[in-house]
Structures are given as C-alpha cells and as structure tokens.
Write a protein that binds this ligand. Structure first.
Ligand SMILES: Cc1cc2nc3c(=O)[nH]c(=O)nc-3n(C[C@H](O)[C@H](O)[C@H](O)COP(=O)(O)OP(=O)(O)OC[C@H]3O[C@@H](n4cnc5c(N)ncnc54)[C@H](O)[C@@H]3O)c2cc1C
Length: 311
C-alpha cells in the first residue's frame, strides 16, 4: 500500500511521494523489495524542485521502466525517482528529434519513422525509457542510442539543468561514463537526436519485422529483463550459456529461459530477487568453469539483500 506523504518542505511539489513503496511492479522482472521513498515527478520542473530539496547525502536511485534492473529484496535506501511517464513527449525541433527522458523508447522509434527518419527502428524492441537508453547506451541489430545523440539535458543534484554533448562522455558498448570513468552525474531529463532521413513506410515495415523477430526469439510473455549478460567480444552470451547446458536451469522462481539462454525469466511471478541474483551467479560460475569466459552482467543490481539494511 503506497502511503501519501507531504512534509512541509514539499508543499509546493506536484508529484507523488510515497514511503516504503513496493518497486517490484516498477521492474519488468516483477521482483524485489521496496523503496524507502519513491517520488514520481509531475513534470520536468517538478522533478527539479524535488531534487533541489533533497539533502546532499541522500542516496538517489533513478528508475525508468525497470527493464534492465534487479532490485534486491531488502529494498533501496534513500529516494527512488521514477522517470517513466505515459504522457512524455517527442517532437521535431529544428531538424532534430526531441524526446523527454520518460518517453518509452519504442514510442520514439515510431515517432521517428512517422516523421521520415531512418535508423531509429532498433529502439522499437527496447522496452525501456529514453533515459534508460541513454544511461545504458542501449542498442541492438547494429543500432546504438548514443550514435544518434546530438545533446542531452541533465538535472544535477543542485536542482539545475545542464546540457551536454556526446563528447562530454566516454561512450562504449552498453556503457556511458563521465570522461574520468565515473558514473554519469545527474539525471538524464531529455535528449535531441539526429537520425538520417529515410522512407517512413520502409521504417515502419522494419519496426514490424524487428518486433516479429523478437516475439519469435525472446520469452516476452514471461517477466524478464532482456539480456542478463553482455556479449563477450566475438561471441554471444546466449550461445555460451546454452553450450553449458543451462537452458531451463532454475533457482527458486527464477529460470534460464528455454527460448533464449541469455534471458532469466520469472514465469510464475514468484521469484525473489535473491533467486534471480543466485541464478546470475550460478550461470556466470558455470560458464567461467566450462567455457573459460567470465560473463559480465548487463543488468544493473540495486538495493540491499534481505535482512541487510545499509544506513
Ligand atoms: C524484453 C527485453 C528486451 C531487451 N532488449 C534490449 C536490447 O535489445 N538492447 C538493449 O540495449 N537493452 C535491451 N533490454 C534492456 C533494457 O530495455 C534497456 O537497457 C533499456 O534501455 C533500459 O531502460 P529503462 O528505462 O528500463 O532503465 P531502467 O532499467 O529503469 O534503469 C537502467 C539503468 O539506467 C539508469 N537510468 C534510467 N533512467 C535514467 C535517467 N533518466 N537518468 C539517469 N539514469 C537513468 C538506472 O538508474 C539504471 O542504472 C531489453 C529488456 C527487455 C525486458
């Protein structure tokens, strides 16, 4: 049960503030613990006002659509900010495509296709937000988010917005960092993309094909978080996991998908985050031992294990 709460310092805020809020339904794995505090901003300015009220030491965790995220069962200390917004906007601005960070990436793919752009189609199969795609440099089928970014808007802990160019970051495979290697500071709130001009009907047809390919190869009817491990150079994590006979291997409610070995599914929606994390560790250990490859997780793990509270 989410509790509404409005302390005095927050009276001007228009978003939704809740304490001890469950996070499982804000992740596509449908598992995990609760947030000490959860804030769903009303809009960009409300988000800035809220972040500006947070004490300097308050831990802040951002969730988009939780499609690349494992929240441990003991929950997340500090404040979680939920960025996904059903009404988030895309627009054409001065020849660029603008997107709010809370926009679902597939919506941007469709928007770009409808506005005569090509190469944004890959985003149709990535079920997260634009903010998550920026944080992860999400990509597939040869496309990668940052290849098309012209600039991003970032909200700092001081409640102020800054604009950054791709050159301000070190951008790699499923990874974005500050130039010094630190995690990107602040919250991505918007991005401007330049996609090459193309044929709208052809782009829409490619989106249709790509989604059909995904339905055929991925266990989309069961809660999952996409590829659990990054592909090692020159190989595929799914091939390695399958070659180790791990398809169908289960721990508690979590199971290595029979359809795609790099997916861990939660078919009965009763997996604990600890089941999923143990299964990730098991798969990693077996592949390391039998195939000699140390698979690196692509999914992000946040929060405390059950019974452990980090204060
Ligand atoms: C069925 C399925 C298929 C998938 N296929 C692909 C694929 O082909 N390619 C691929 O790359 N990924 C894929 N994914 C993984 C996932 O969809 C992407 O990583 C996506 O970009 C994550 O976006 P999100 O909004 O869900 O981020 P979340 O999972 O909510 O968060 C991921 C990380 O991004 C950070 N973050 C989120 N929003 C912001 C923000 N606004 N500012 C700063 N940090 C932020 C979070 O703090 C966290 O560290 C797939 C997932 C699923 C479930």
């Amino acid at each position: 049960m989410m509790m509404m709460h409005e302390p005095l310092s927050h009276t001007a805020l228009r978003g939704t503030l809740a304490h001890d809020a469950p996070l499982a339904h804000h992740t596509t794995w449908r598992a995990g613990g609760r947030a000490d505090t959860l804030y769903v901003p009303a809009d960009r300015d409300d988000l800035a006002a809220f972040v500006g009220t947070l004490p300097a030491g308050e831990p802040v965790t951002v969730i988009g659509l939780g499609s690349n995220l494992l929240v441990r069962d003991g929950g997340v200390r500090g404040t979680v900010i939920l960025m996904h917004k059903p009404g988030a906007m895309a627009a054409v601005q001065h020849g660029l495509i603008y997107a709010d960070a809370g926009l679902a990436s597939p919506k941007l793919a469709r928007f770009a296709a409808l506005h005569g752009c090509s190469e944004a189609e890959f985003l149709a199969g990535i079920p997260g937000t634009i903010g998550g795609a920026l944080a992860m440099n999400a990509g597939c089928y040869g496309g990668e988010t940052w290849r098309y970014v012209v600039r991003v808007e970032v909200l700092g802990r001081n409640g102020r917005f800054v604009v950054h160019a791709p050159g301000d970051y070190a951008i790699g495979y499923r990874n974005v960092a500050e130039r010094d290697g630190a995690s990107p500071a602040g919250i991505f709130t918007a991005a401007w993309f330049r996609f090459p001009p193309g044929d709208s009907a052809a782009a829409r047809a490619r989106i249709k094909d790509l989604l059909a390919r995904r339905i055929a190869t991925q266990p989309l009817s069961q809660p999952n978080a996409g590829s659990v491990f990054r592909n090692p150079p020159g190989d595929h994590a799914a091939r390695l996991i399958e070659s180790c006979g791990l398809k169908g291997f289960a721990i508690g409610g979590a199971r290595v998908s029979e359809k795609h070995a790099n997916f861990i599914v939660n078919p009965a929606r009763d997996a604990r985050a600890a089941d999923i994390e143990s299964l990730i560790a098991h798969v990693r250990a077996v592949v390391r031992e039998r195939a000699g490859v140390d698979l690196e997780p692509e999914v992000r793990i946040v929060g405390d294990a059950e019974g452990i509270v980090s204060r």
